[in-house]
Design a protein around this ligand. Structure first.
Ligand code: MIG
Length: 729
């Protein structure tokens, strides 16, 4: 083992030579005498890392996973898995995010740089131990110290800034597996017009393709694809097609033929393209760990970009395998063998499992090979050993392809499988959840750990993907996801439809109000998102990141969103309220509709535990002490939002400031300082409030302040700025 230290105190412990995961930015590490905080035992093909957990320690992190914000008490695996049943017994979902923090007397952050499988026994087998088993002996362990915020900060600076989508991606998005033809897509777009509900994007799931072939469009179901794109574009609605990982094996299909001719696919042991089967039937997988193959696959997107498509979602990229030729043959042989026999129990269960186990089989992953680009050379690597890099690199292929097409345009991109380091290329959705109340809670609990892993542009299928959603569930879910950067309603084939108007009039009205409120929140969400990204902070933080009292450390169903507010969503069926814990006095804002702002639905709530009654149509947020929340007047598209009519709600005991950020929303020019800043300042002078606005944003017009003082009294003040007025008032 060798130890190193970076200029900002990050310690690195190297064991052997890890295959390049390309997850971290270069830094000047110097040799160091430090010892690793835990015990490390190496055997030939495994590394076991053990750390002690004290009774009161909390373990945060591990990115996309089941269970609570505090990960203690379960075993997790980092092994990207296509598993549509996110039940509490699961160890691993689609992402592999090897970053965690032990929060206690001495805080410790750990990132394990390793591309294969890792198991984390977080105080499950022995409640006082964190036992990590890495399936390999070449790895780097990074160790971070400091406050929770500092640890996240150092780690996130190390992996670099996260993906920034176009601003319209902060609007409402509608998906379904599938909107099966062009008339259905138009019908959905008209639905939003008819019911006057904001929307910015509609998705195309796998049925838009011809026989599930990537980069093709069904002539039968979408005969006028380009006209459809322009028609929607005129309405400012983006169309987002899906791209799967597997490339259909079919003579005459260019992507397949080129890939074979150039040896761009994963191979089997003999060096022939590996045959797996997914939606299109038999497929090959692009070898995106090979630089040239990755470039080739990324360039496939250009034809769609030329047609005016501005974003995609990448699915099945764990990669998911329904079956392989060999796996299927073995299973069928086994089944045939049992024919006519009087089966004992063991054989009967083996028979049942033989078919179930053909999907995503480890044996198949171990039968595929990459020609991985390492230091500009090529190394033959077994897929199993780098499994967690696949989704990362196939989405990176897309991002790099987009940048070659236009390097100053922000394209929209979501992926399912992911890994640390991938956050710079794309956002993620959290895969096939269910229309279960438990999954609203899971969605809430996953957001902070995704952020720690760098995934800021993230969200879950609102309303739930699998199973049937009730109206109440969709409303309550939106009461949380209206705050997540990715706000997408999606559901599976065969389930109850769940577009906002599919339930009853009341529900449509509630959902309209919530979605409009989401648009009102965009200035705040976008500002906090961009600041969290620039400063390598969390957008969603557990309460303990700010409040150090014992109770705050244990709160699992409330989050801080940005620097100004705390959210406390309802996630229980038939609930008419919930308990909320306030670490300090805050102003409660019960949201019903944007228009109801005039009724001043604010109330000062003292620190402590409270039961807050909340009807189905009521969402609650809490404004922190001496903080300001900025809203804008809602519109039906993000691009129509302006800063012309802003609302500032503040809980000001002494003084508060807020910096609202904005930019063109489409380019990377913000990196060159091309953005606007509006600084709001409020002072409580006892008898009155003093407000000032300092801005270089010439679109700022009327501002209405709702200011609440320490007695809970609300004062309304209107400020007008005209175009030629000085920017300082
Ligand atoms: O095997 O494309 O997570 O969002 O609708 C299922 C169909 C494949 C899984 C994705 C989901 C998508 C679905 N896909």
């Amino acid at each position: 083992m060798k130890a190193f230290i970076s200029p900002n105190g990050v310690k690195k412990f190297s064991f052997g030579k890890v295959l390049p995961t390309e997850t971290i930015l270069e830094s000047d590490y110097t040799l160091d005498e430090s010892l690793f905080y835990g015990d490390v035992i190496k055997s030939q093909d495994k590394t076991q890392i053990t750390l002690e957990l004290r009774e009161e320690d909390i373990v945060y992190g591990l990115g996309q996973n089941v269970r609570g914000i505090n990960k203690r008490g379960h075993i997790y695996e980092a092994f990207c898995s296509d598993d549509p049943n996110h039940t509490p017994d699961k160890k691993s979902l689609y992402g592999a995010h090897n970053f965690l923090i032990i929060y206690g007397e001495k805080n410790l952050g750990i990132y394990i740089d390793f591309p294969g499988k890792i198991t984390y026994d977080v105080g499950f087998t022995d409640s006082n131990l964190l036992d990590i088993v890495v399936e390999g002996s070449n790895l780097d362990i990074y160790q971070f110290e400091g406050s929770l915020k500092e640890i996240v900060n150092k780690f996130r600076r190390m992996i670099g800034p996260s993906y920034v989508p176009p601003k319209w991606a902060f609007g409402y998005q509608q998906c379904r597996w599938s909107y099966e033809d062009q008339s259905k897509v138009k019908e959905i777009a008209s639905g939003f017009e008819k019911y006057d509900i904001p929307v910015d994007a509609i998705y195309l799931d796998i049925d838009y393709m011809e026989d599930y072939k990537d980069f093709t469009v069904s002539k039968e179901r979408f005969p006028d694809f380009e006209a459809l794109i322009s028609e929607l574009k005129e309405k400012d609605i983006k169309l987002i097609p899906i791209i799967d990982a597997g490339v259909k094996i079919e003579d005459g299909y260019a992507v397949y033929e080129e890939g074979v001719a150039q040896n761009y696919f994963l191979n089997d042991k003999q060096g022939n393209p590996f045959v797996a089967a997914v939606w299109p039937g038999k497929v090959h997988f692009p070898d995106v760990l090979n630089k040239e193959a990755r470039k080739w696959f990324g360039d496939q997107y250009h034809a769609f970009l030329k047609m005016g498509i501005e974003g995609f979602w990448n699915d099945m990229n764990e990669p998911a395998i329904f079956y392989s030729e060999n796996g299927l043959k073995e299973a069928i042989d086994f089944v045939k063998n049992q024919e006519g026999k009087n089966l004992d129990v063991t054989t009967f269960f083996a028979l049942k499992d033989s078919i179930l186990n053909i999907s995503n089989a480890v044996k198949d992953y171990k039968s595929m090979y990459h020609r991985m680009t390492v230091d500009d050379g090529e190394v033959l690597v077994n897929h199993y050993d780098v499994h967690n890099l696949y989704g990362y690199n196939i989405t990176r292929a897309a991002d790099e392809g987009f940048k070659r097409y236009d390097n100053n345009k922000r394209f929209f991109l979501l992926t399912r499988a992911s890994h640390i380091g991938m956050a710079k290329h794309s956002g993620i959705w959290t895969g096939d959840n269910h229309s279960w109340w438990e999954h609203i809670k899971l969605n809430i609990q996953m957001m902070p750990s995704l952020g720690m892993a760098g995934f800021l542009y993230a969200g879950a299928d609102t309303g739930g993907f699998g199973f049937n959603a009730s109206a109440e569930l969709v409303v309550r879910w939106l009461e949380f996801s209206m705050f997540t950067p990715l706000l997408r309603n999606h559901s599976a084939m065969g389930t109850r439809v769940q577009e906002p108007w599919q339930f009853n009039e009341d529900t449509t009205k509630n959902l309209r109000n919530l979605i409009r409120m989401r648009y009102a929140l965009v200035p705040y969400l976008y500002s906090e998102f961009m600041k969290a990204n620039k400063d390598a902070n969390l957008l969603y933080a557990p309460l303990s990141f700010v409040y150090e009292d014992e109770q705050s450390k244990r709160v699992e169903d409330q989050l801080l969103l940005g620097d100004e507010i705390m959210i406390a969503p309802v996630y229980e069926q038939n609930a008419k309220g919930r308990y909320v814990y306030l670490p300090e006095d805050m102003v409660m804002y019960k949201i019903t509709s944007y228009e109801d702002l005039e009724k001043q639905p604010f109330e000062l709530i003292k620190a402590g535990h409270h039961y807050i009654p909340l009807e189905t149509h009521e969402t609650v947020i809490f404004i922190r002490k001496n903080r300001l929340l900025v809203l804008t007047k809602p519109q039906n598209r993000v691009k129509d939002l302006s800063n012309n009519e802003l609302v500032v709600i503040g809980y000001v005991e002494d003084s508060a400031t807020y910096q609202c950020y904005n930019d063109d929303g489409t380019s990377f020019n913000y990196r060159d300082g091309k953005y606007t800043e509006t600084n709001f300042k409020v002072n409580n002078k006892g008898s009155h409030f003093e407000v000032s606005v300092d801005t270089n944003d010439y679109s700022i017009g009327a501002i209405t302040f709702y200011l609440i003082d320490s007695l809970g009294n609300c004062k309304v003040m209107k400020q007008g700025l005209t175009q030629d007025q000085p920017r300082l008032v």
